[in-house]
Design a binder for this molecule. Structure first.
Ligand SMILES: [Zn+2]
Length: 199
């Protein structure tokens, strides 16, 4: 019975992962059990190493190796004059893979919920203000989501940076590439009108 309860526990844990429910968690656990040497063994070792060595950088919010330091802060030889503020690491990866931006990143690790201000310090906004001052940054690009939470966070950051005199920009909201006018929701359409540019 002991083994079974361990397996049930694993299914419960895996079903907490994004995009997975109990059904897919069961399939994953079965796959793991049937591939002990190829999957369970290296995965257990890898997870233990990640647990020990990887943590969040208190300066930029990205993940860092405790033994090798933060790639963005300590190991980066490039000097940039811009910081792009994103909500999470997946956002940073998307922007990086588009090659549209060259500069520092600041990963908030969430948004300031418009209702709950309790965990404000976790968003590392004080450290963003410090970085702007210390690294001679000319521009902070706010790349938070076009949600109420994302926009509330952007306004809060703008307010926190007001004494630094740094230029603050925000990603444009409007027509998606390939978007047809008749299919847009009202919010997107209103935003596209507000953000219209000279042509
Ligand atoms: Zn860092």
């Amino acid at each position: 019975m002991q083994n079974i309860s361990e397996i049930e526990e694993l299914i419960k844990l895996i079903s907490k992962l994004p995009g997975l429910g109990p059904k897919s968690a069961k399939r994953i656990v079965l796959k793991l059990i049937n591939n002990r040497e190829e999957l369970i063994k290296p995965m257990a070792k890898n997870l233990a190493e990640i647990y020990k060595d990887i943590s969040r950088c208190k300066n930029c919010g990205s993940l860092k190796s405790n033994s090798k330091g933060c790639d963005g802060c300590e190991n980066n030889k490039n000097k940039f004059n811009k910081i792009c503020v994103v909500e999470n690491l997946a956002d940073k990866w998307s922007i990086e893979s588009s090659s549209v931006y060259q500069g520092y990143f600041h990963i908030l690790g969430g948004t300031l919920s418009s209702l709950n201000n309790e965990k404000k310090e976790d968003l590392l906004i004080d450290s963003l203000v410090e970085r702007v001052k210390k690294e001679n940054v000319d521009e902070v690009i706010l790349a938070t989501s076009a949600t109420v939470e994302g926009q509330t966070t952007a306004f809060y950051i703008q307010d926190s940076l007001k004494n630094t005199k740094v230029k603050i920009s925000k990603l444009a909201q409007g027509l998606p590439v390939g978007g047809e006018i008749e299919n847009l929701d009202d919010g997107t359409l209103i935003s596209a009108f507000k953000n219209r540019k000279n042509f």
